[in-house]
Design a protein around this ligand. Sequence first.
Ligand code: HEC
Ligand code: HEC
Length: 319
Amino acid sequence: MKKFLKYLLIIIGIIVVIGIAGFSFIEIRGIPSYEVKKIDYKVDVTPERVERGKKLALLLCANCHKDNATGKLTGRLMGEAPAEFGKIYSQNITQDKQYGIGTWTDGELLYLLRTGIKRDGKYAPPYMAKLPHMADEDINSVIAFLHSDDPLVAANATPDQPCDPAFLTKFLCLVAFKPFPMPEGKIAMPDTNNAKELGKYLVFNLDCYACHSADYKTNDYLNPEKSVGYLGGGNKPLNEQGKVVVTQNLTPDEETGIGKWTEDRFVNAVKNGMMEGQPALRYPMIPFIYLTDREAKSIYAYLRTVPALKNNVPRSAFE
Ligand code: HEC
Ligand code: HEC
């Protein structure tokens, strides 16, 4: 019996030591690093690209990177990142050479935006956007805009606040969150005369599906339509105070989705955040004011074609 206890204690001791070693390894190593493929890539900066890139950046990047104190993309504390993930700051992405991305090459930016791997090899966790589906031409426009002297990105020496990711984030980046592969072929622009095709492109790239499916954890980011409960709502993103604001069902189901919505009601909700007979839509649903009416209508057209799901998700309580 004594012998048995002795072995038991030894085994428990070994397990504890392995546990502490594993914990320390993950804690000290931090977010995993990956090989950075050097890509020879140069985007021609044209006024058209800068203009298009600005629109895309306002739709896709400003929401997280814009600092209200500077009015520029100098980064901010992300109160909407789950507290268990640690203290997260979006970074200065103005042209400043010390704190911003003034010395990043086009290839480094492309690699980060496609895969999530920064130029130092560190993986940018899911609280930084990735663009695996964006057309090459649109990504070129984003890069051209980032390198422009537009007031949003003109060099501004606001120091970066380093992120302080929690153990959980480091652990999840080791076992669950992985970089995306670089796309193998070219990604063409959608046919803008085909409403459904354009709508699908916007639903993929503006992350409508990422928030409006069942859960971030069960989304399929490389094949969005394979996400669990695709566009059926129920995901629970947080607002800037860290409170859940549940997402609704955008499938054509007539009772629980938007099957009975008119196009006008939809466009007004998406572009202006306005809801007939209800309080306005709240963060993190931002009014997509930079979409044209035609783009918003194309999203509506696409959403009418996705499989209808029955999932009743009333809006989160108002305070
Ligand atoms: C959901 C919030 C969010 C969105 C949307 C977002 N970012 Fe970020 N971004 C972050 C956070 C947070 C970090 C810091 C990540 C880290 O520490 O690894 C970051 C880091 C970066 C970096 C690395 C900066 C550095 O100095 O290391 C670049 C470049 C960048 N973002 C560009 C963009 C661009 C371009 C867009 C739009 C296409 C965008 N981001 C959209 C949150 C966001
Ligand atoms: C960051 C997460 C997020 C993204 C991205 C997002 N939404 Fe939302 N959406 C929400 C949340 C949260 C609500 C609920 C807001 C509330 O209750 O005040 C919402 C509400 C809505 C509503 C109202 C639905 C209803 O039945 O009340 C519509 C319509 C909508 N979103 C469409 C879209 C479209 C289209 C896109 C892409 C262009 C999109 N959303 C992108 C989070 C998001």
